[in-house]
Design a protein around this ligand. Structure first.
Ligand SMILES: CC(C)(COP(=O)(O)OP(=O)(O)OC[C@H]1O[C@@H](n2cnc3c(N)ncnc32)[C@H](O)[C@@H]1OP(=O)(O)O)[C@@H](O)C(=O)NCCC(=O)NCCS
Length: 158
């Protein structure tokens, strides 16, 4: 079996690469925190194609982080913390892990976020992301379609 690197990103919490066995747990957290959740199939595809990690407290999945990098451009594809664990700095720790992982090789980290997702936008702005564009009617919304903000974190350390 391949070695599974486990990071202790916060006291009592570990981060490790996600496996197919985690898909039901990933989907469960996603349906809890997102109004229009990714499907299990999307998580399975992410496991195959992207860098996917699960945040655990003991054996319990409490969050996840999925990102991708092509040459010097990285993209944050999904990040979530189980509702009962939100507001404790875990989302920031996940994002910091992503930024540290790509720091040596990426110049930019991009993401898309719903314009109404104030907690996530605050998290991103606090970590240096800036609004660089929009995708109109990009997401399904409660009342029709909803715009996405495109945000970028500059990692070019000029
Ligand atoms: C976005 C998310 C990952 C943040 O996780 P978290 O563990 O609660 O965040 P943290 O406790 O690390 O907070 C980090 C920062 O985020 C912002 N933030 C978090 N929750 C917030 C809230 N309810 N309201 C406003 N800002 C909030 C704050 O700027 C906070 O920094 P501060 O504590 O210095 O004020 C979490 O809310 C979540 O899982 N949301 C649902 C999934 C989602 O929307 N993912 C993003 C998809 S683009």
């Amino acid at each position: 079996m391949a070695e599974c690197k486990v990071e202790n990103i916060r006291k009592g919490f570990t981060l490790r690469p996600a496996t197919v066995d985690d898909i039901p747990g990933l989907f469960k957290i996603e349906t809890e925190v997102s109004p229009f959740p990714w499907s299990s199939k999307q998580f399975a595809e992410s496991l195959r194609n992207h860098r996917s990690f699960v945040l655990c407290k003991g054996n319990r999945l409490v969050g996840f982080l999925i990102f991708n990098q092509v040459l010097d451009e990285a993209e944050l594809l999904n990040i979530a913390v189980k509702t009962s664990f939100q507001g404790e700095g875990l989302g920031a720790s996940l994002l910091d892990y992503c930024l540290a992982e790509i720091a040596a090789t990426a110049l930019s980290l991009f993401l898309e976020v719903r314009v109404s997702n104030f907690p996530a936008i605050a998290l991103y702005e606090g970590r240096g992301f800036r609004h660089v564009g929009e995708r109109k009617a990009y997401y399904h919304g409660e009342n029709g379609r909803e715009d996405a903000w495109i945000m970028r974190c500059d990692l070019s350390h000029a």
